[in-house]
Write a protein that binds this ligand. Structure first.
Ligand code: MIG
Length: 796
């Protein structure tokens, strides 16, 4: 054994002085006397990429996270040099690189303020154990700096003072502060002096972030291998940081079918077929809207993926069709573990084609999961992904399954230390073979990707739907996600609220929690409060482990059922609003939920808020997170807000008490908003939409709103067949003007709008539509029907 030799531990090493510099198009190369190479790429004016190599040779430039659609190009790139530093200037940023030690400092190009500055900067430790380096970075945390992001961490929104690890982990019944859990999203946002920037550390090894935890004014991040490879992303608005990060790591490749934004019901497990039908029939009988029903692992034959238990489900194709006729889309679970069984075709094929992961010395990676001993496809091999995607043909094309749920893809292994593969497992990694140390964090992502490719192929011309538990940055391109195995407690309701907001701030908006809690059982009150929050999450599904009793909307007595129905109905009415928010996310990377700090970062009151968030662009929500509440105090961002229930106006900028008994929830609409609504449907497509309701909220001044619609499925929208309505509202003391500008070739099925006027401060004496006066008795109860083609309406 080698003990304490220089080879084993050399301590921290640092770059020495720069001795070489060259520029090639958008990239600058620097080399230090001790052979450290630094490459700075100007990706955009506001996005700089930094890569360090300790032996002057960079690895092959490849990332699972970065999308090929990432924008590139800048308006300005100038390099200057003075005796102590190089100075890189773009139209947004100025970056200093110190000649003696390669440390960097980044400034806002417009006003020269310091945004982000290295403390020790890049340094490393050689890894005797694995070869290569443990790569490290430390930065000075600025005065009053706050930190956000990092994906699914079950903690407060502001990360200051905490340390985190990124290593995707099956975390049954995780709790507040459990770390790490299911996802690895090594992206954070720093905010100080009203300006925000982001850092995306694109390194798939086990990585760590420290936000002033170890040292009060230092932020650091490091990884157990690979390169120091990070993107600096400037805002100065948080929402720009997030949309730039999402531009790099990708947006959903297509919009979800609208039904996927409806309500989903799940349990471990609904079987046999009669039980599934009993549940779906009850939804219809009780008139509680629902679009999707899930089959958990028990639908399979001995948990073998791509098989059916014929005793429980004798004729899946017929059942799936009958469910579809009743408006239910069937979603089935598929895990990565393939049962070792010589009579099982998927196993045999995987073996023949050499698609399963192997240990360092050649044996297969054998692990116990639900089916018993299993082998695991190496999803980092493109050929394996292609094979996997083809396995979905029967499920999707023939049986008619509409979505697939990927679970256990951390990958989770039972009864072993670490709950996953050992580090020595080998992976293809797109031909750049590596160990599990490097591939672990992307394994689940690549499984979701392969699943997505299958669904996309076989659902065509409809849109695919996939949900995954494990994820690395970029997984949002392929899949939706849920937060894993939470618990039916009040604290978990608060955690779910933080996680959904954090996921949105981390570029992955299509996320939600197991409503009601997965482990243990909620009482009716907790279930109702969770539904009230869940209807505002982009992904809205009730799920539970089932060994603690029922968790359907009717499981808690009639009065609770009625409240649950009322809230799910609100979600269905708001579908066009939600769909518009999704379009904004898929189009521009705008987070679908906005934590208050993202909504108004200039107001310091928002920096440590957790509970309140803005759903889409205009609706402020604050969940009730405690039992027996009749209301709560909440913070209102500045501006005017209408109480959703009674139209009372609240002036923002401070904390206020809001009544919200069990059948209510603090929901507020921004003054000036125009909120589109559909009629209540039991499932998407149940009704032809014959009229679009526009809830108009008066404001003194101007406000813009948008409504995006298309065929709600398929790809025609990509060819211009969408309908985008841009509304501008302008309110004065005695008049209200609404203008509409429409673009896109999609013809909506309805001909008219019902305009509902809320909060109008004057009595209407005349109405002018596109310069023609119409009779004012057409207004009834503040409602008014008008052709969808109008361009200007003036109420006076
Ligand atoms: O070891 O498929 O998080 O949603 O119901 C448990 C059974 C495996 C964990 C998932 C959960 C799912 C359950 N799964």
């Amino acid at each position: 054994m080698i003990l304490n030799t220089e080879l084993e531990y050399k301590g921290n090493l640092f770059p020495s002085k720069i001795v070489f510099y060259k520029k090639h198009v958008d990239t600058l190369y620097f080399k230090s006397e001790n052979n450290v190479a630094l490459q700075v790429t100007v990706q955009r004016d506001s996005v700089l990429r930094f890569r360090f190599a300790t032996v002057s040779i960079f690895e092959k430039d490849f990332s699972y996270a970065i999308t090929k659609y990432a924008s590139k190009g800048y308006n300005l790139l100038e390099i200057e040099e003075d005796p102590t530093k190089y100075i890189i200037t773009t139209s947004k940023l100025i970056c200093h690189i110190s000649k003696i030690d390669m440390r960097t400092a980044i400034f806002d190009a417009l006003d020269n303020t310091l945004i982000c500055e290295d403390e020790l900067g890049f340094h490393w430790e050689e890894s005797y154990e694995n070869g290569g380096d443990i790569v490290k970075m430390s930065k000075v945390s600025q005065e009053g700096e706050s930190f956000y992001g990092l994906g699914d961490k079950p903690v407060d929104i502001n990360l200051k003072g905490k340390r985190f690890e990124n290593w995707v982990t099956d975390s049954f019944a995780f709790g507040r502060e459990t770390d790490p859990i299911y996802k690895a999203i090594p992206f954070y946002i720093g905010l100080h002096h009203k300006k925000a920037y982001g850092i995306f550390f694109d390194n798939t090894f086990r990585s760590f972030f420290d936000f002033c935890h170890e040292r009060r004014n230092i932020t650091s991040f490091w990884a157990q291998g690979g390169e120091m490879n990070y993107y600096f992303i400037y805002g100065p608005n948080i929402s720009d940081v997030v949309s730039n990060y999402t531009d790099l790591t990708g947006k959903p490749h297509q919009l979800p079918p609208l039904w996927a934004l409806g309500f989903h019901q799940c349990k471990w497990s609904y079987y046999p077929e009669s039980k599934v039908k009993e549940v779906t029939n009850k939804f219809r009988k009780l008139q509680i809207p629902c679009d999707a029903i899930y089959l958990d692992i028990d639908y399979m034959d001995g948990f073998r993926c791509f098989t059916w238990n014929k005793e429980y489900f004798p004729d899946p194709k017929r059942m799936v069709k009958e469910l579809a006729d009743d408006g239910f889309k069937t979603i089935v679970i598929i895990d990565p573990g393939i049962k070792i069984d010589n009579d099982y075709s998927v196993y045999k094929e995987g073996l023949e084609k050499d698609y399963f992961c192997k240990r360092a010395d050649g044996p297969y990676m054998k692990g116990k999961v639900w089916p018993g001993e299993c082998y695991f496809p190496d999803f980092t091999n493109p050929e394996v992904r292609e094979w996997w995607s083809d396995l979905f043909r029967e499920l999707v094309e023939d049986i008619g399954v509409k979505g697939v749920w990927n679970d256990m893809n951390e990958p989770a292994i039972m009864d072993v230390p670490g709950k996953t593969f050992p580090n020595d497992v080998r992976h293809n990694y797109e031909g750049e073979r590596c160990s599990h140390r490097k591939a672990h964090n992307v394994y689940g992502m690549q499984m979701a990707r392969a699943t997505y490719q299958g669904l996309k192929k076989f659902s065509y011309p409809k849109r695919p739907f996939v949900i995954t538990r494990a994820a690395y940055s970029g997984t949002q391109r392929y899949s939706s996600t849920w937060m894993g195995d939470n618990v039916a407690t009040w604290d978990h309701l608060a955690i779910a609220n933080n996680q959904a907001q954090r996921m949105c701030m981390s570029g992955f908006s299509f996320a939600g929690s197991d409503i009601g809690g997965f482990a243990e059982q909620p009482n009716g009150e907790l279930f109702v409060r969770w539904i009230q929050l869940g209807i505002f999450h982009p992904f809205c599904r009730v799920h539970s482990s089932g060994d603690h009793g029922d968790q359907e909307p009717w499981a808690f007595g009639k009065s609770m059922t009625d409240i649950v129905r009322k809230f799910i109905e609100i979600r269905y009415q708001l579908l066009p609003y939600l769909y518009t928010a999704f379009w904004r996310y898929a189009d521009e990377g705008i987070p679908m939920l906005k934590s208050l700090v993202l909504y108004d970062q200039e107001d310091r009151h928002t920096h440590f808020r957790n509970d309140e968030f803005v759903f889409g662009e205009k609706i402020l929500v604050c969940p009730i997170l405690e039992p027996n509440a009749k209301g709560r105090r909440m913070f209102f961002p500045k501006g005017e807000w209408y109480n959703f229930w009674n139209n009372e106006i609240v002036n923002g900028g401070e904390e206020k008490w809001v009544d919200a008994d069990i059948d209510s929830l603090p929901i507020f609409v921004k003054a000036g908003a125009i909120i589109p609504k559909y009629p209540i449907q039991q499932y998407v497509g149940e009704k032809e939409i014959e009229q679009l309701k526009l809830d108009v909220y008066f404001k003194l001044g101007k406000e813009k709103s948008q409504v995006y619609e298309d065929a709600h499925d398929g790809y025609d929208y990509k060819k211009g067949r969408y309908s985008l309505r841009n509304f501008t509202l302008e309110g004065k003391e005695t008049s209200l003007t609404i203008q509409q500008y429409k673009s896109g070739k999609f013809i909506t099925p309805y001909e008219t709008f019902e305009i509902k006027l809320n909060g109008l401060p004057f009595k209407v004496n005349s109405i002018k539509i596109d310069n023609e006066l119409v009779q004012i008795d057409k207004i009834k109860n503040n409602s008014f029907i008008v052709s969808k083609e109008f361009s200007t309406i003036i109420f006076q």
